[in-house]
Design a protein around this ligand. Structure first.
Ligand SMILES: Cc1cc2nc3c(=O)[nH]c(=O)nc-3n(C[C@H](O)[C@H](O)[C@H](O)COP(=O)(O)OP(=O)(O)OC[C@H]3O[C@@H](n4cnc5c(N)ncnc54)[C@H](O)[C@@H]3O)c2cc1C
Length: 335
């Protein structure tokens, strides 16, 4: 282009009014270097679901998560399956398993025995929760002779062995809490009882998390409060679940997923875009640890981790092999 043409094109360049909108995408910032991740799985119900879970673990293991946690069904409904999955992760992979344990449906002595078995099997990390009531039961009621609340469970576990303990935190307040302040007091009780980290309920608006973090720090809670990230595979189901857990679903999310109920491929692309933007924006605010609710599906989480600069490392030979009936049999023996 000659000088005159260049001048003309400069003159003709459309003048764009700059508003208050941010001029940079979160993903255009330099690739994060220090991000750490953890993954949450649920215990499978069927052999097919077991296969899906192990394919998921196999795909995500090379990302070297800090730990992988396994949930405990509402009302204690998955007790054996949770134990079997945790033991199998301990025995057959290089991953650090974290077992979710709840107060529901068991005496203190029974829970202490489970914890002792975990410790003897080499499980060092417990996610300690009060738990939700079993399906069909409207209200939580402490089990007679059991631990009543998560803070009691944390204290009990610490008497069994020096576990690393994580607990739940609620940026939008637990539905049964009397107030935001009472809920924060409860979180502090759990930390004072011996928990060394908190994982949050999922949220979509990053300001909700950042405001909560600020309140928690002001209340003297200094442990890591790790954001729980839920990539939205099924918007309708997540919206229903969110209503039960007091997690708000912003209007912009409903707009993004509108019309995609029968289009899972597009939904997955939108979900990856939303969650990676959320994580990169949090990272821009200094957040370096993320806990992913994987729903036992690897692809979205793998993509989001990639965008967060978390890359695959080789896995030791012989570890995290594909699921096979023989291995499942070993796992169920450990239950
Ligand atoms: C990261 C994460 C993982 C989860 N994993 C599971 C799982 O595997 N299995 C499962 O069943 N559920 C799980 N849940 C859900 C959890 O069990 C529910 O949210 C449950 O309702 C509360 O559990 P909590 O550990 O937060 O309870 P707590 O910390 O005990 O709090 C429960 C409620 O009681 C109030 N409270 C606490 N102590 C007292 C007291 N002394 N007196 C009066 N009120 C009190 C609190 O403010 C709060 O409203 C998980 C939640 C999160 C965020």
């Amino acid at each position: 282009m000659n000088k005159r043409a260049a001048n003309n094109s400069r003159k003709r360049a459309p003048t764009r009014r700059l508003g208050s909108a941010p001029s940079r995408l979160a993903v255009s910032a330099p690739l994060p270097k220090n991000v750490k991740v953890s993954f949450e799985f649920f215990p499978p119900k069927t052999e097919k679901a077991n296969q899906t879970l192990w394919e998921c673990i196999q795909r995500l293991a090379p990302l070297k998560p800090a730990y992988v946690s396994v949930t405990y069904g509402a009302g204690g409904s998955t007790r054996e399956r949770t134990h079997a999955t945790v033991y199998r992760i301990r025995c057959e992979t290089d991953l650090e398993p974290a077992a979710h344990l709840t107060c529901v449906g068991a005496s203190r002595a029974e829970i202490d025995d489970v914890a002792r078995d975990y410790w003897d099997a080499g499980v060092r990390h417990i996610v300690a929760l009060r738990g939700d009531p079993a399906e069909g039961e409207a209200r939580y009621r402490p089990y007679p002779g059991g631990y009543a609340y998560a803070s009691d469970l944390v204290a009990g576990l610490k008497k069994v062995a020096p576990f690393q303990i994580s607990v739940a935190a609620y940026p939008e307040i637990h539905p049964e809490a009397k107030s935001a302040a009472a809920d924060l007091d409860n979180l502090k009780r759990k930390i004072d009882a011996g928990a060394s980290a908190a994982i949050t309920q999922f949220f979509f608006d990053i300001d909700v998390y950042l405001r909560f973090l600020e309140r928690a720090r002001k209340a003297g809670i200094t442990v890591p409060i790790i954001p729980g990230i839920l990539p939205v595979m099924n918007f309708a189901r997540v919206a229903q679940f969110a209503a039960k857990c007091n997690a708000s679903v912003p209007r912009w999310m409903a707009d993004l997923f509108e019309g995609l109920d029968d289009d899972p491929e597009t939904r997955a692309l939108v979900a990856a875009s939303v969650a990676s933007e959320q994580c990169r924006a949090l990272n821009a605010h200094g957040v370096e640890m993320f806990h992913f609710y994987t729903m036992n599906r690897a692809d979205l989480v793998f993509a989001i981790c990639h965008i967060l600069g978390v890359r695959a490392h080789p896995v030791a030979a012989g570890k995290v092999a594909a699921a096979s009936p023989a291995k499942s049999a070993i796992a169920s023996k450990g239950a």
